[in-house]
Design a protein around this ligand. Sequence first.
Ligand SMILES: *[C@@H]1O[C@H](CO)[C@@H](O)[C@H](O)[C@H]1NC(C)=O
Ligand SMILES: *[C@@H]1O[C@H](CO)[C@@H](O)[C@H](O)[C@H]1NC(C)=O
Ligand SMILES: *[C@@H]1O[C@H](CO)[C@@H](O)[C@H](O)[C@H]1NC(C)=O
Ligand SMILES: *[C@@H]1O[C@H](CO)[C@@H](O)[C@H](O)[C@H]1NC(C)=O
Ligand SMILES: *[C@@H]1O[C@H](CO)[C@@H](O)[C@H](O)[C@H]1NC(C)=O
Length: 679
Amino acid sequence: MRQGTTRHKSENEVLSFKSRMWFRGIITAHVFLAHLTLQGAYAFSISRDSIWIESHSSMRGWGVDVGQCSSAKGHTKQSRAGCGERPPFFNRKWYLSSGVTKEVHAPQPGEGMVLLVFNQRNARLLLHKVFPLGHYWFFWSDFQWYIKNIAPGRLVVLTISVSGTLGLRHTTAMLAKLGSVLAQHLTLQAHWSWIFIKGGRTISETAVVTNLNNIQQHSALPLCSLSELGLGNSSSIEQSRWQYCATEGAMGELCDEHSPLPLPVPFPPSLGSEAATALANIPVILTAGSRHQYLRHTLTVLLSTPGIQLVDLFVILGDAPPPTIKLLYLLNVSYTILPVSGNYNNKLFTYYRNVYEYVAENFAKAPAVIFLDEDVEVSPDFFSYMSQTLWLLKADPSIYCINAFSATGFRELSYHPSRLFRGSVQVEWGYAISLNFIKEALSIWPKESHGIKVILYDYFLYTFVSKERECVFPEVGRSFHYGAGTNTMANLITMERAFLNKTLLQDFGVKLSNVDRLSLAHWKEELQHNISQATVLVGNPCKDNLVTESLNSTQGHSLLVFYHHLDTTEENGIEVPDVTQYYHLYSCFGAWSLSEQGQHKGVGILSLATNVTLYIVGVPYSPYSNLKPNWVPLWDVNSIPEEEFIIVDDNMLHRGEFTVHVPNLNMTTTRLISKLSGL
Ligand SMILES: *[C@@H]1O[C@H](CO)[C@@H](O)[C@H](O)[C@H]1NC(C)=O
Ligand SMILES: *[C@@H]1O[C@H](CO)[C@@H](O)[C@H](O)[C@H]1NC(C)=O
Ligand SMILES: *[C@@H]1O[C@H](CO)[C@@H](O)[C@H](O)[C@H]1NC(C)=O
Ligand SMILES: *[C@@H]1O[C@H](CO)[C@@H](O)[C@H](O)[C@H]1NC(C)=O
Ligand SMILES: *[C@@H]1O[C@H](CO)[C@@H](O)[C@H](O)[C@H]1NC(C)=O
C-alpha cells in the first residue's frame, strides 16, 4: 500500500479481509487492524501469470489499476515496483474530480458504486459501469441485475467513488451471499473496496466506516490457468460463443462456463393451435440498441416463451455496435438497422417514428403488431395473453392497444391473473397495436422533434393520437420493465414504483376471463351494475378502518365504491381530470396516483384483496357520476378539515413504501470488529 492513502490512527482504522484459502471454495475472513493490512503476507507465490490489482475509494473519486507481475522475481512484497512493468493493455486507470468534497451528497455522473469485471484468464477489462447508488431509489435493482449476470469465475472489483452505499439497500444480502463480509455493515459515508472472484473467493476487502477517509488496497493474484473454452473440436457456434464471452462481462447464462445456455435456445412448449392461429403473421418487433447486456436477457427469455414464432421475430436496431450484432448472430435472430440521429429523447422520438414507418412499409398486411423494448422481460404467459386479446383491436374501435404491462398491478393490488381491465393508458412495455393505428400515428407524427411539446413517443401517442380510445391491460403484469435508460434519472422514486414494484406472472397458458366483456358496451353495462351494487364507503380513505369496517358490516360483500370530487383541467391543450384532486386519494390506497392512466372514464378500479374490488368514482367528471346516491357526501381533498387533511397527507397506510432507511446508522469500527469476531 502506498504512503499517505491510509492513516493508521485508531479513529481511522481500516478493516481488511483477505482470504487465504486459495482454491478451496471456502472464504475465511481474517480481521486485521489497519497496519496489518500492509504487512499481511500472501500465502502463495506469484508465478509468471500473476497480476497485481490496486483499488482506491475516497471522497475524491476512485481508481482501479491492474498490472502484470514480473516473472523474474519471486516475492511477497505488495508494491508496484515489486511487480514489474505493465504491458500496454493493462494500462487502465481512472480518477475522478479534482477538489476534495467533504460531505456525502447525491452522486454526480461517475460517482457511486463502481463495478469492474475482468477476464480471469488475461485480466482484460470486460465491463466498467458506475451505479449512482448514492441515490436511494431504483438503481439498486440495476446494480443487482448486473451482479447476477456476471459469470462465475470472473474477477470483479467493487469500489465506491465519493458515496455509494445509501442505494445498496437489500442488495447487501446478495453481496454477503457472494462472500462479502463488510457489505451489510457499511455506513452512509463508508469507503469500501472488494476484489473477489464471482462465485468464489475474496481476494481482498477493505473499508473505512466512520469517517471520510480514503482507502487504497493492493493485492496480487494468479490468473486462471485453465484454457479458454471453445478451443479444439467444438462446433463453430460454440467457438463464436466463447470468443464473444471472452470479451463480455455480464452476459448471464450465455457466458456461464458451468451451465451455459444451450445454443440454439431450446424451443419452448407450444400453446396449441388456437393460440397459433391467433398469433399467425403477427410480427414481434423488438427495438434495441447499445445495451446488449439487457438485450441478451430480454431475447433469451423471449425465445423461451411459449408461443414465440421465430419467423415473426424482428429486431430493429437504432444503434448497432459490434457487441449487439455479434449477440444477434449467436442467437440467430434477424435484424434491421435504421438510421438514428440526435440525442436522448429527441433521438428516441425520431427512432420510434422510423420504426413505425418501417413496420408500416414491411408488414402492411399484418393483423396487428407486437412491440417490445430491449429492457422488457416478458412473462411466460405473454403470447398466451396476446393470443386471447388481440382480436379486440379489430372488434372494438374504442380500443387502440393491448398492453402486457399492468398499469395498476402493484404488488398489493394484483391478485387475479385471469382478470383484465380497460382504461385510458399509453402503450406500455410489451404492447400490440393495429396497422391502422400505426398509420394514424404516422400521419401526425412530426419527422423532427423540434418544437414538440410532448417528446416521449408513447406519451405523444397517448396525448395526440389515442383520442378517446383506451387500452386493455392485465391485473397481473405480463411484462416487466427492468432496465435503466434515458429517462430513469428524471424521477427515481416514480421509476421504482412504476416499474419495479410490479408483479410479473410466472405461469403460462392462463385462461383469461370474460375477454368479450371488455368491449365498450359490455364493459359499461357491467361496471354500471357493479358500482350500483357496491357498498358505499364514506369517510377518510386514508384511515385503516374505512375499508375493514364496511367489509364487516356487509358480511363478505366484495364490491366497494368511493365517490370523490373530480373536475377537469387543461394539459397540452387537452382536457384531463385534475390530478391534484385524486393524487392523495390514490396514494392512500397504494395505487398509481400521478396521472389518470389506468382509470376508465374517471373510475379507478382497485383489487384490494382476492375478493374485494374498490371503485373510485370521480364526480362530476365521470359518466358514472349519476350512480352516486344523493345521501352520499362527495369527498373533496380541497375542502376537508385541516385535521382530516393531516391524516391524508401522512398516508400512514403506505408511507413505508416511500420512506428512506439509512443503513447502519450506529455502526462504528469497534462495533463492527466485535460483531464480526463474534464478541
Ligand atoms: C437460424 O434461423 C433460421 C430461421 O430464421 C433457421 O432456418 C436456421 O436453421 C437457424 N440456424 C440455426 C443454427 O439454428
Ligand atoms: C364486476 O364484479 C365481478 C365480481 O362480482 C367481477 O368478476 C367483475 O370483474 C366486475 N366487473 C368490472 C367491470 O369491474
Ligand atoms: C370486524 O369483525 C371482526 C370479527 O368478526 C372483529 O374482530 C373486528 O374487530 C371487526 N373490525 C372492525 C373494524 O369493526
Ligand atoms: C375475503 O377472503 C378472505 C379469505 O380469503 C376472508 O377472510 C374475508 O372475510 C373475505 N372477505 C370478503 C369481503 O369476502
Ligand atoms: C418497492 O418495493 C420495495 C421492496 O419490496 C420496497 O422496499 C419499496 O419501499 C417499494 N417502493 C415503493 C416506492 O413502493
